[in-house]
Design a protein around this ligand. Structure first.
Ligand SMILES: [Zn+2]
Length: 302
């Protein structure tokens, strides 16, 4: 069944100009993925909703045809030990090298009527749609792609040591312990990518070489005006990867608000489906697809 599907998509791709591949990203499909995910809200780490969200993401990846698994682990938190679940999908490449695309999927606990459509539904929906498109090209990329859906990003005690970033810290630790760290070329994190008024605020703690590639990808897709570089440091799931020497970037729009420049929707009940848009998800997806294409260099051009 999978082979048949691949054969069909190969011929479709073959009919299209290769340089327009980023155009394949479908914002409506990504939005539908967000809608499906938020049905499990609250999906706070360690809750039944969190477990159901992880199982849902796993089943979406499997139905696309991507190898996937849930990595269950226990980590200490300011509230004691808690069980977390990372969902990991893999599209193996022609070499041992990998690029990691990441998003968290847990919600911030303790907010009444919280949907978490933007934080963290938007990036999760975009990542699932990216997996579908990259898998549908049918040929192994030169470098493999890991789709990492992190649990426990949200800090519950102001990100004191040992609080928040549980899934990404766990994965970075695994990469070091297994010796696979040397095989990871880059890490691209998506977070809060669905704001109707999409304006990325790339934090200062992103690798310079990745920022350069990102701006090139933004320019190539016609969306350069959506990206600005800031002097802010953001504690997010890319940080554990930076700490172990992997080039990493955080694609985040940290101005999710009722007016341009404000972030007053963040971690409030205003973070719901009506305040995100398929168009913003599509812009994000197209830029990331182009960025991945640049990093793979030869995948779509040979
Ligand atoms: Zn959050």
């Amino acid at each position: 069944m999978r082979l048949l599907l691949l054969a069909m998509t190969v011929s479709l791709v073959g009919c299209q100009p290769k340089q327009t591949d980023f155009e394949m990203f479908d914002g409506q499909r990504a939005y539908a993925e967000v809608e499906a995910l938020v049905r499990f809200t609250p999906r706070d780490a360690g809750t039944p909703g969190g477990r159901q969200a992880a199982e849902h993401i796993l089943s979406r990846l499997e139905s696309i045809g991507v190898q996937a698994e849930i990595d269950t682990f226990v980590d200490s938190t300011p509230e004691g030990d808690k069980t977390f679940r990372n969902v990991i999908g893999r599209i193996p490449g022609k070499t041992e090298k990998w690029i990691i695309l990441g998003s968290h999927f847990d919600t911030m606990p303790g907010i009444e009527n919280f949907q978490g459509a933007n934080d963290s539904g938007s990036s999760t929906g975009v990542l699932i749609e990216l997996a579908r498109i990259i898998d549908a090209t049918g040929t192994p990329p030169d470098i493999g792609i890991i789709f990492a859906f992190f649990d426990g990003e949200e800090g519950i005690a102001g990100y004191i040591p040992g609080d928040g970033l549980h899934g990404s810290r766990h994965m970075a630790r695994q990469l070091v312990e297994s010796g696979q760290r040397k095989d990871i070329e880059a890490m691209i994190l998506l977070d809060m990518v669905g704001d109707k008024d999409l304006n990325f605020t790339i934090p200062y703690n992103s690798s310079k070489e990745m920022v350069k590639e990102l701006l090139q990808a933004a320019h190539a897709t016609g969306h350069r005006d959506r990206f600005s570089l800031t002097r802010s440091i953001i504690t997010d799931d890319h940080v554990p990867f930076l700490k172990i020497g992997i080039p990493a970037i955080d694609l985040i729009d940290f101005r999710f608000g009722s007016e341009p420049g404000l972030n007053d929707h963040w971690h409030t009940e205003a973070d719901h489906l009506e305040n995100i848009s398929a168009e913003s998800l599509e812009i994000t997806g197209k830029v990331v697809l182009q960025l991945v294409r640049q990093l793979l260099k030869n995948q779509y051009t040979d």
